[in-house]
Design a protein around this ligand. Structure first.
Ligand SMILES: NC(=O)c1ccc[n+]([C@@H]2O[C@H](COP(=O)([O-])OP(=O)(O)OC[C@H]3O[C@@H](n4cnc5c(N)ncnc54)[C@H](O)[C@@H]3O)[C@@H](O)[C@H]2O)c1
Length: 377
């Protein structure tokens, strides 16, 4: 049995459980250390997973003392870039940082620079690339099962950056990482809404054009029944995916919807139901990361460049709204265009009063955000 990779986590709230579960389920890691400002958050992970990693309240001290092989960054978005840069300075073999990659395209670029400079492999946690229904859809599209893809349609909510960076990433995954060439969209922001300390819009809609011809359209916070997945319309058929299943309608299916519920590498939908996407996604993402680190895979499907492109597509929607234009990709504006619009007075909330839809996740006396603490820079 080869040595297990030594994994550590910075930020041990909700999604960190998925990273820890993934590391353990893949069977290729031991979780050696956790870092969080909250002792309670770390203790919960020990209890839940029956593990006894070292605990730190300072992520840099953890990196210095533990020298882990792989580090998860699971703080809120604004902490992704500073913590990735801090962790990279200690030269672990890989960093798995949560999505959205950063709160600006410029910060995401800095993450890639920090990792390149220190020879660290960087992956972003768009774990739905590992769902078998998504991969089956990609393969069916790749072998022309629905002809030329004309349109991918999806619906999101809770702001574009958080929920829908998964969807812009999904478009590229389904299209074998085709490049987005332009974006046009608009947003509405009447209230001072935030999501995990990042400004978000009240509503959005956008079109994304891909190099090989397909287009994608997103409706965000416009319809109540949004979900992770998509409807894909081709010249010779249609595919509909959710996180658990795929339906296809084409000549081969006799013009009827045919359902597939593919098994994962680690789990089945039959066994886990709605927990499937989390447990399978987390374990398969960790497994492929171990392959990458150990030289058994050339790359990771969530590699930093893909997370960066998913973020660019989201921020291009904001840039389109800011500039009233079709935005040619790659996006040239490095700061967050939504922040620019608000801070410049062009999009002042008409119903003032900052609020955060994730405020309930904060601990102790924090009511809105503790961004100061999130980066500790
Ligand atoms: N991939 C997915 O599907 C998915 C799902 C949920 C969340 N996320 C992402 O994961 C990130 C975290 O979200 P969450 O819901 O787990 O948040 P959370 O609030 O549950 O956890 C964040 C943790 O970070 C800790 N923290 C804050 N500042 C710190 C610091 N300086 N040092 C160490 N720890 C610090 C907090 O104490 C908290 O325990 C977000 O960026 C979110 O978008 C991704």
């Amino acid at each position: 049995m080869p040595n297990k990779l030594r994994a550590a986590v910075i930020g041990t709230g909700g999604i960190s459980a998925n990273h820890i579960q993934g590391y353990l389920a893949s069977g290729r890691y031991e979780v050696v250390a956790l870092a969080d400002l909250s002792a309670e958050a770390m203790a919960e992970k020990n209890d839940r997973f029956d593990i006894a990693p070292a605990h730190y309240t300072d992520g840099r001290e953890m990196m210095e003392k533990e020298r882990p092989d792989v580090v998860s960054i699971c703080t809120w978005h604004k902490g992704h870039a500073p913590w990735t840069a801090a962790a990279a300075a200690f030269k672990p073999q890989a960093i798995l940082c949560e999505k959205p990659m950063a709160d600006s395209v410029g910060a995401a670029e800095q993450m890639m620079i920090a990792c390149r400079r220190n020879d660290v492999k960087l992956a972003i946690g768009h774990q739905r690339r590992f769902l078998p229904a998504y991969t089956l859809a990609k393969e069916l599209i790749g072998c022309n099962a629905i002809g030329e893809v004309n349109l991918i349609q999806s619906m999101g909510g809770a702001g574009l950056p958080n929920y829908s960076s998964h969807q812009t990433d999904m478009y590229r995954y389904l299209l074998s990482d085709d490049e987005c060439v332009w974006v046009m969209g608009n947003i509405e922001r009447k209230t001072d809404q935030h999501e995990r300390a990042t400004r978000i819009e009240d509503r959005a809609m956008a079109v994304f054009q891909f190099a090989r011809g397909p287009r994608a359209i997103i409706l965000s916070d416009l319809v109540p029944n949004y979900y992770q997945g998509a409807q894909i319309f081709g010249s010779d058929g249609m595919i509909s995916i959710t996180t658990e299943s795929l339906q296809i309608l084409n000549a081969k299916s006799g013009g009827r919807w045919e359902e597939h519920v593919p098994d994962g590498k680690f789990y089945t939908v039959e066994d886990l139901g709605s927990r499937f996407e989390w447990e399978e996604g987390g374990a398969a993402q960790a497994d492929e990361l171990a392959d990458w680190v150990e030289g058994k895979a050339e790359t990771h499907r969530g590699r930093g460049e893909n997370g960066y492109k998913a973020l660019q597509m989201i921020h291009a929607v904001y840039e389109s709204a800011r500039m009233h234009e079709k935005v040619e990709m790659p996006l040239q504006t490095r700061v967050n265009p939504l922040d620019l619009m608000v801070d410049s007075g062009h999009l002042t909330p008409q119903r003032p009063g900052k609020y955060d839809i994730r405020a309930g996740q904060l601990r102790n006396e924090n009511m809105l955000d503790d961004t100061k603490n999130y980066s500790q820079n």
